[in-house]
Write a protein that binds this ligand. Structure first.
Ligand SMILES: [Zn+2]
Ligand SMILES: [Zn+2]
Length: 227
């Protein structure tokens, strides 16, 4: 199954399967992963980067997507390519001679996903090729709000907007401010996803509650259901 995503900005990891250059990796940015891998494997004449041209074939093994803009993704790409030049990643130690390039890049990625500002982005970590998939190093697991997904992804222009499901059992009052939900509310009430929990709240009320522990932030990334 191919998952379709609109507004796609991704940063990917290529792995070289050519025995002469075996073990080399390459980090790049794309708005269209399917087209991009063909370009890399078609060489410079098809728009591949000079570093990958003539050294293929390459496998696109992993892609991080969900960046809010191309600029955000390009900054991520740069830091992943140049961890020792990034002032945010001074804690990442250099690659040892025994560490494979692939393992090193995963280690850098794991650190990046735990480092601001990336740790707060709604990113998806997607393994495109099952055979390369592995766990993140112990203690360097990605934040809980970032799903680890498997399988192919396709960038699409626009997606049909589904009407929100009407749930007749939506509670009448916000569990936090206790005001009644009204038809004219800008805020669609958020409901707890736990079966049997009747908590519903204004998005802004819930956000304020979740940010109590992080007063310097504007957007919460996690929190416990007040119900
Ligand atoms: Zn409220
Ligand atoms: Zn709940």
């Amino acid at each position: 199954m191919v998952v379709e995503v609109c507004n796609f900005f991704g940063v990917y990891l290529l792995y070289c399967t050519n025995p002469r250059y075996h073990g080399r990796v390459y980090v790049g940015f794309t708005v269209n992963p399917e087209r991009r891998i063909n370009q890399h494997n078609g060489g410079k004449r098809r728009g591949g980067a000079w570093k990958t041209s003539g050294r293929g074939p390459w496998d696109m093994v992993l892609i991080i997507h969900g960046f809010p803009s191309d600029v955000a993704a390009l900054r991520f790409e740069w830091a992943w390519q140049h961890p020792h030049s990034s002032r945010r990643l001074t804690h990442v130690t250099r690659r040892t001679s025994r560490e494979r390039q692939f393992d090193f890049h995963l280690r850098v990625l794991a650190h990046m996903l735990q480092t601001a500002p990336w740790c707060r982005l709604p990113l998806t970590i997607r393994w495109l090729k099952q055979e390369y998939c592995r766990d993140f190093p112990a203690g360097l697991e990605p934040p809980l709000h970032m799903p680890v997904a498997f399988g192919q992804v396709r960038a699409v222009k626009t997606k049909g907007v589904k009407a929100p499901e009407v749930n007749v059992a939506t509670p009448k009052r916000c569990s936090i401010c206790l005001k009644k939900f009204q038809d004219g509310d800008n805020d669609i009430p958020l409901r707890c996803f736990h079966p049997g929990c009747t908590m519903a709240a204004h998005m802004t009320c819930l956000s304020r509650a979740f940010l109590a522990k992080e007063p310097l932030h504007f957007l919460p990334i996690e929190g416990q259901c007040p119900g």
